[in-house]
Ligand binder design. Structure first.
Ligand SMILES: [Zn+2]
Length: 462
């Protein structure tokens, strides 16, 4: 018979180690892994000698934003960027207009994704005090989890944040009580908004409005206090929770203690908190502005400890696209005016491969943080996340010997112009093939644009 795809001479990752073999793909699934497939036929054969075959990368945290702001990004351009960076499945956060705070809105998003996305995707549901009666229906549609903001909508973005916020601690507690009954997990962006607002006021009054305004107004205590509250409320209500983009070692320590005490909490960080720090905000201003802010170099160093000891379960990109004016407005001493976030999905894997190359952690430590752990956290396992027979044939094939320079000109995100923080960065370790269910979507940096609409929604299993 003729198989769909054979990856010959694969040095592939599975179960915390690397193995060698030929991977046989049929009907989008890994059909078998054999030591010798010579003489077997396939529509496509890739010789992976000298390369490293990883499970397809699952980005735990992206904001492609559709429907709502197609001028920033949409499922087509965002998923092209995913394919360029070895990402085969993305988990879309619930910022959209309208947000997925009920089944009809979620279904609309899923349909848009299936119409436009090249790669597979999963969806978060929006949770707030206003829509607790929708939680079960959203989970029935396969939402991987919920995301809630503990701060009011930023000025001018009220529609995007509809049904995504809790007004105060009382509403938060009542929402978690309902959440505990739903069977879902509730993720939080943890920063104390009133503390930040007070510090912003103080800094403005003092005329202290340089680039350091961003991190001086959002100090680590704002995150630590917020994480502490979520953990206490989770303990009291029994609701499973998650902390997205945790950045502060002290907050990680609280999570670690809570986990040891049996609180059902998992934590995610983003690659930039492991690689960039205050110095980059000083130098790049709005282009290094994200929330929570990049931390001090000392905190950045200690964050690695919690990645390596397992307190932090997964790493995402927090891909956050904006039009150029939404960043440039913060140049020349007005950083508070700029929007927060970087459209980073296509540099997530290369930058972390480079960190592994530099000895920050081993490849065996890194890979599950981007694949299996994320799939397990979000109910996508065993269909996604591991190279094993029966799983979807999703792969990121990388060349660990190849060093190259990340360039905005080579990127696919509609918002690539604002990726100045990464532009010109030299890295070692390049994604050379991105394969989703047996179909090659990227080869040597060239994305197959004809694959628009090939991506499928992956509902969580629970
Ligand atoms: Zn985010």
């Amino acid at each position: 018979m003729t198989y769909q795809l054979i990856i010959k001479n694969a040095n592939y990752y599975a179960h915390h180690a690397f193995f060698s073999g030929d991977i046989i793909v049929e009907n989008g699934k890994i059909a078998m892994i054999t030591q010798d497939s010579s003489g077997w036929e396939a529509e496509r054969v890739i010789d992976a000698r000298g390369l490293t075959v990883l499970p397809g990368i699952i980005d735990s945290h992206v904001h492609f934003r559709e429907p709502g702001r197609p001028d920033r990004e949409d499922f087509y351009t965002g998923s092209c960027a995913a394919a360029a960076g070895g990402v085969t499945t993305f988990c879309e956060m619930p910022l959209a207009c309208p947000p997925p705070n009920n089944p009809a809105n979620l279904q609309q998003r899923i349909a848009l994704g299936e119409e436009k996305s090249l790669v597979d995707f999963a969806m978060f549901g929006a949770a707030g005090y206003e829509n607790t009666d929708q939680f079960s229906a959203l989970l029935d549609l396969g939402a991987v989890a919920f995301k809630t903001f503990l701060h009011p909508a930023p000025a001018g973005r009220e529609a995007e944040f509809d049904g995504l916020t809790v007004g105060d601690d009382g509403q938060l507690f009542l929402m978690l009580e309902q959440g505990a009954k739903s069977g879902g997990r509730f993720f939080f962006h943890c920063e104390n908004a009133s503390l930040i607002a007070a510090l912003e006021q103080k800094l403005h009054a003092q005329g202290q409005e340089g680039n350091d305004f961003h991190y001086l107004s959002r100090p680590s205590i704002a995150e630590v206090e917020s994480v502490e509250k979520i953990l206490r409320f989770a303990r009291a209500t029994g609701c499973p929770v998650g902390i997205v983009h945790i950045t502060v070692p002290e907050a990680c320590e609280l999570v670690k203690q809570a986990q040891a005490e049996g609180v059902d909490v998992i934590a995610e960080t983003c690659f930039h908190y492991l690689v960039y720090n205050h110095r980059h905000i000083d130098a790049y201003g709005p282009y290094a502005k994200c929330n929570p802010p990049l931390r001090s170099e000392a905190e950045m160093e200690r964050l690695w400890d919690y990645v390596k000891d397992g307190t932090i379960m997964m790493i995402g990109s927090d891909h956050a696209p904006f039009i150029p004016e939404e960043k440039s407005i913060g140049l020349d001493g007005g950083i508070w005016k700029a929007y927060s976030g970087m459209p980073a999905i296509e540099v997530l894997l290369p930058i972390l491969l480079d960190q592994a190359h530099r000895g920050r952690l081993t490849l065996e430590q890194l890979v599950p943080l981007l694949t299996e752990n994320t799939a397990r956290a979000h109910g996508l396992f065993p269909r996604k996340g591991l190279i094993q027979v029966g799983a979807d044939a999703d792969f990121a094939i990388v060349d660990l010997q190849r060093s190259y320079t990340l360039r905005i000109a080579d990127m696919y995100s509609k918002a690539k112009a604002i990726n100045k923080l990464f532009d010109g960065t030299k890295v070692q370790g390049k994604p050379v093939y991105t394969i989703v269910r047996g179909r090659v979507l990227m080869q040597d940096g060239q994305v197959d644009l004809a694959a628009r609409g090939y991506g499928r929604y992956v509902p969580a299993i629970r």
